[in-house]
Design a protein around this ligand. Structure first.
Ligand code: FMN
Length: 133
């Protein structure tokens, strides 16, 4: 079995209300659990950063669903690779608002995003989730 991880950045065409986010998370968690895809979702204003991971075919299946959602205005893959173990084995879809993440971690993400042509450092993404409040 080949395990892969995919991380993308997206801008929604309009802001998500709290109720939209709740509904989105419910759908994500239900769909992802069915195919044993795990991951994490970060939200700020109209922006989403999401990591999905799991068996290659299932990740492809979920990603196609995601990219077909008409609420994405722009969507760009930052990182995609084979992994030896899951980063979020216990989360069907972990969720954070960017405001709750330590500013050092967020700054590192922003710096990383500016490094055109370089690989997105997944360790920074993971760091954000460890640095809540
Ligand atoms: C920011 C964002 C993240 C999403 N993440 C997931 C996801 O992890 N899993 C998933 O199945 N769909 C995800 N979607 C896709 C939508 O929820 C999509 O509308 C839904 O999967 C369609 O499901 P349905 O065919 O059961 O209505 C995401 C959409 C957006 C905008």
């Amino acid at each position: 079995m080949i395990l892969v991880s995919k991380t993308y950045l997206s801008r929604a065409n309009s802001p998500f209300k709290a109720t939209d986010l709740e509904a989105l998370l419910q759908t994500c968690r239900a769909n992802n659990t069915t195919v044993n895809v795990t991951g994490a979702l970060l939200h700020h204003n109209q922006y989403f950063l999401q990591l999905i991971e799991g068996e290659e075919q299932q990740v492809g299946h979920i990603y196609r669903r995601i990219e077909q959602d008409p609420r994405h205005e722009i969507l760009s893959i930052l990182f995609e690779d084979e992994i030896s173990a899951r980063f979020f084995p216990d989360w069907s879809m972990g969720y954070r608002e960017a405001e709750t993440i330590h500013s050092d971690a967020l700054n590192r993400i922003l710096e990383s995003a500016k490094m055109a042509g370089e690989r997105f450092p997944i360790s920074d993404f993971l760091l954000m989730f460890g640095n809540e409040d």
